[in-house]
Design a protein around this ligand. Structure first.
Ligand SMILES: Cc1cc2nc3c(=O)[nH]c(=O)nc-3n(C[C@H](O)[C@H](O)[C@H](O)COP(=O)(O)OP(=O)(O)OC[C@H]3O[C@@H](n4cnc5c(N)ncnc54)[C@H](O)[C@@H]3O)c2cc1C
Length: 273
């Protein structure tokens, strides 16, 4: 007899694991869930390569509200994902984001964004050059006209713990995980009825979640759907700082923020290596 699940989640990164968790934890959903993931070590998954930072400094209300929901969820993550008394703490580091504006246009956009953020109760503040220099004395402020800082609700956390927390809880709630790769769909007229796996197996379902992240276009193409998503390489460097300015700030107990300069380059403290 062919194997059958009510929902098949394709991809076991953080989105796939979260989808499996939210489905399994939903008391009005009684179905079975399967997550198919070819690489449980997640070597190339965005989830484990991510900077795993959360901010409320966005330009639109929806993104701000998503982040506020995320912050609240992460604050309770260890209780929500508790399995047999094991509570996964994400070590959320509430360092805040600091955005720097140099040109008049950047200043104008920063002010517009700030009013949207304040309207959504984000805990953010705009600083003049002298206020910035006072808060973070290590920053060379000579060409900075305005700065935007998140006083709370922003920071970074353990991305691997985030993924594993969702996965473990989803499994505890009954979701199944399979190490395999989806290589195609089988359709009956226009309706997708099953997936083909690299191992040669075929598994049936009525609902499929495409959670393959940057590789989503390939899965969508199997279903005849064009999704305009393509993977792009990003590079993150880790370096030691001989004389770290960590501790020198006059705000947030001396902690340095995740600082984004006017070109989009960012840096944040990680401790020492
Ligand atoms: C360098 C970097 C920094 C980032 N920083 C941040 C940040 O600070 N804050 C933030 O919010 N976001 C950040 N992101 C984005 C964030 O990490 C991603 O949006 C998120 O991790 C996407 O999760 P995902 O589960 O959709 O994708 P992924 O984690 O990529 O998971 C997709 C999974 O699908 C699997 N898969 C692929 N093909 C198949 C197939 N055919 N069959 C079955 N499975 C398949 C893959 O093996 C993979 O495990 C960053 C991303 C990167 C790369």
């Amino acid at each position: 007899m062919e194997e059958k699940f009510d929902v098949i989640v394709i991809g076991g990164g953080v989105i796939g694991c979260a989808a499996a968790y939210f489905l399994s934890a939903n008391t009005s959903f009684n179905g079975s869930v399967l997550v198919v993931e070819p690489d449980p070590t997640h070597t190339h998954a965005s989830s484990t390569l991510s900077a795993s930072s959360l901010r409320t400094q966005f330009s639109n209300s929806l993104n701000i509200k998503i982040s506020q929901y995320g912050y609240d969820f992460i604050s309770h993550f260890h209780d929500l994902m508790s399995v047999n008394g094991d509570r996964p703490f994400l070590k959320f580091h509430e360092g805040g984001y600091l955005f720097l504006a140099k040109s008049d246009l950047q200043v104008e956009i920063m002010r517009q964004n700030n009013s949207v953020q304040l309207a959504n109760n984000a805990d953010v503040v705009l600083w003049s050059t002298s206020e910035l220099a006072n808060a973070f004395p290590h920053v060379n402020v000579t060409d900075i006209k305005l700065a935007s800082y998140g006083k709370s609700g922003e920071g970074w956390f353990d991305n691997v713990g985030f993924l594993n927390g969702f996965k473990r809880k989803a499994q505890d709630l009954g979701a199944k995980f399979l190490k395999d790769e989806v290589v195609g769909f089988n359709k009956n007229k226009k309706v997708i009825e099953s997936i083909n796996l690299k191992s040669g197996k075929k598994i049936c379902s009525g609902h499929f979640v495409n959670a393959t992240g940057a590789r989503a276009a390939k899965i969508a193409a199997y279903a005849g759907i064009d999704v305009p998503v393509a993977p792009r390489k990003r590079t993150v460097f880790v370096f030691d700082c001989e004389n770290s300015p960590q501790g020198s700030a006059s705000v947030n107990n001396g902690s340095l923020p995740l600082m984004v300069d006017n070109t989009g380059v960012y840096c944040r403290p990680e401790g020492s290596y």
